[in-house]
Structures are given as C-alpha cells and as structure tokens.
Ligand binder design. Sequence first.
Ligand code: NAD
Length: 333
Amino acid sequence: MKTITLIPGDGIGYEVTSSLQKVITAADVKIDWEIINAGEDAYKATGQFIPTSLLESISKNKIVFKGPITTPIGSGFRSINVTLRQKYNTYANIRPIKSIPGIKTPFQNVDLVIVRENSEDLYCGIEHLVTEGVAESIKIITEKASLRIAESAFQYAKTHGRKKVTAVHKANIMKISDGLFLECVRKIAKKYPEIYYEEVIVDNMCMQLVMHPENYDVLVLPNLYGDIISDLGAGLVGGLGLVPGANIGENIAIFEAVHGSAPSIAGLNMANPTACILSATMMLDYIGEQSAASLIRQATAYVIQEGKYTTQDIGGTATTTEMTEAICRYIKG
Ligand code: NAD
C-alpha cells in the first residue's frame, strides 16, 4: 500500500480533498493517507503554518496531495504554496486544460497543456520598499531553470503525442530575463525536430486563447505568465472547479487543483470536486495506477455529461457530496 501525504488546506480544501479520497476508495486503490494540514487552519491548531511533522512526512513519502491554501493579500505570511514548491523543488507545474462534454462554454475543442516554471521569476518573493512610495520586486530567470522547464515541456509533448510547443514570453520588453528564457527554450527545441516550435508574446497569447484556443497544444511559460494563463485557460473550459494540476520535481511530486480556497463558498458543500478528483487521477497515473485513473476520469466525465448531479458553478444544483457520490456509484458499476 502506498503512503501519501494529504494536506487538506483551507476554505473548500476539506470538502474537495475528502471527495477525492472517497473516489479513490471507490476505485479500489488502497492508499494510506498521512493527513497533516498546512496554512491558516494549521496555524490556528498548531501555531505553525507548515508543521515540522508535515515536512517530515513529505520527505519520507515523496508524494503529496495538497488542497488549496489561503494566502493573505498584501501582507501577512508568505504563500505556503510557493514555499512548498520551492522547498521541494517541484519545478514543473503541469496543468491540462481540456473541454469537457456537457459543460457549455463559448469555446469548443480546447485541449491545451500548460507547463509552468514553478521555482523562480517574480515568485522568488524578493521585494522591498526602495524609499517611501517606491517598491521594487526582483524577477529572477536562470538558465538552469529555463532549460529544465523547456525539457519538461518537450518531453511531455513527446510522451503524450503532442505536436506543438509554444513558448510564451515578453522578451520584447524584458529583453534580458525573458530573452534568456527564450534562448533556453530554443536550445531545447532543437533537440526535438519532430515537434513544431513557436513563440508568442504573452499579451497576444491572451487574445489568441480567447479567439482560437483550438490552435494551441503545449504552452511553456515562466512562473507569473503561467499562473495567469492557467486561470484564463480554466475559464475557457468552464471554470476553476474543473482544472487539475501537478507540481513535479526530481523525486517529489505535489498534486493540486488550479483553484484556490474559495472562501466565499467554504463549508457550504457547494464546491465542485472535479478539479481535485482529476488532479488525483494525475497522481494515480504517476504512481502506476493508470486503470483506476482512467476509470475515475470516465466516471467524472459521465456524471458531468449526464448533468443530474453537478454543482452550481457548472449549472447544476447538486452538493459537493452528491456529485462525489454519483461519481463513486458509476465507478462501482
Ligand atoms: P479561488 O480559486 O479560490 O476562487 C476564484 C473563484 O472561483 C471564486 O468565485 C470561487 O468561488 C470559484 N471557485 C474556485 N474553486 C472552485 C470550486 N472548486 N468549485 C466552485 N467554484 C470554485 O481564487 P481566489 O479567490 O483568487 O483566492 C482565494 C484564496 O486562495 C487566496 O487566499 C489565494 O491566495 C488562495 N489560492 C490558493 C491556491 C493554491 O493553494 N494552490 C491557488 C490559488 C489561490
């Protein structure tokens, strides 16, 4: 039996992570969950935002499922999400964004994968007041991290039968930092002549994605643009309740949905569990449980398309629990 660290998180975190546990149990995959929280709720309970026992558990188990964690805006503690990604060097953030039959949006046939650099850029958190009224934030782009994320994007494209990689940048303005990022991606692209490579400036990319999302395949981006384009991508396919994600490092992987802790719907049994459940299928693929992962994806797709037990964000009236139970029923046949 695999032991996996589970961080329920804040806000809707408990509701959606409990859904994925139920679904995995229904698919008959035995996981020994080590449940240790981090974030606001953990601080209230233990006095630590990231308890030492959690760090020990992650170092030992190497596979983590993380619910969303609240980060105060403008002041307060540093993002626990960013801290964990940096501490465990989970440098590649993979976010598949695919149209789901049964979800009505203005966009059809979206099938993108966002490969976001996860360890540097403006998320290094190096910022200070230079003088009263003047703030400075430092953007770090390194050759090492850019080559590594480019390799991840092309490897992903190759192993998943994808045809094209698009590097997204702002090197027309940030000629040195984004220029270095592009130089690195070009270097890696040469190793994969069978995969078409192109570059698009990030502002144009936003427009292209809401006009012709079907034209894009794998996108590789530095951290900040990747974060923003991920939410844009989620909007294309029906919202944040639907989009899964994984943070992959050399030997530690942290799986989590793209969405945050959604405080306004926390505790109301309204959150859509799909994003967490689909993130869990990425985790099952990663640990070699591909057939359970595929059954869970099929069950989730069925429940969404049938539309009888879906949550409000995608036009239904079901609770988180009812949607989860419908997915479990399908899995159990
Ligand atoms: P959010 O993703 O929590 O919410 C944005 C909107 O999407 C809200 O309207 C919310 O109700 C809706 N939404 C999100 N997930 C949903 C779901 N599963 N089902 C139905 N609707 C859903 O983003 P936010 O409001 O910008 O951030 C709230 C908090 O979450 C902040 O503290 C932020 O820092 C944190 N956050 C954490 C993560 C993470 O842990 N990886 C990611 C993003 C934001």
